[in-house]
Each structure stands twice: as structure tokens, then as C-alpha cells.
Design a protein around this ligand. Structure first.
Ligand SMILES: [Zn+2]
Length: 79
């Protein structure tokens, strides 16, 4: 396994309040938790004024996790 592998979580496939277990260590991560006790936000990708993607790092195991699916509706305005 490559050490640089990044886990990808599609938020549209997560039921409930949007929290999910870390793919590696199972720590529950809640995107609504802004205290950053269990994860750190590494990168934020925006599309216009909307959040498109978030790259976070689990503080427990150090895994990088890419969160996608913030833009759940199809982009009708293609430039
Ligand atoms: Zn973890």
C-alpha cells in the first residue's frame, strides 16, 4: 500500500448528520465539529461561493481524507 493514499468520502452517500468513521482507524468524524479535536482541515476547495471539496487529516491516525459531495445538485451553469 502506498503511504500517500488519500481516502475519499462522498458526503452524498452518508446518511444521518454527515458524520462518518475514519476509513482507517474508525474515529468518528463530524464535519459539523469545528473544534478540530479529531481532525484538522488541510485544504478547502471552493467553486464560486460554494464549498466543493474539503481535505482533512485525522488526528488519531494521520490519514488524509478527501470529502466530496458538498455540491449535491448538478452544476447547471457551465462556463
Ligand atoms: Zn483515523
Amino acid at each position: 500500500m502506498a503511504r500517500k493514499s488519500v481516502y475519499v468520502i462522498d458526503l452524498t452517500k452518508i446518511e444521518g448528520d454527515g458524520s462518518f468513521p475514519c476509513p482507517k482507524c474508525g474515529t468518528l468524524i463530524s464535519p459539523d465539529d469545528e473544534t478540530e479535536t479529531v481532525y484538522t482541515i488541510l485544504e478547502t476547495k471552493m467553486r464560486g461561493e460554494d464549498l466543493e471539496e474539503l481535505i482533512i487529516q485525522c488526528k488519531v491516525c494521520g490519514s488524509k481524507i478527501r470529502l466530496t459531495g458538498f455540491l449535491s445538485y448538478p452544476t447547471s451553469q457551465v462556463e
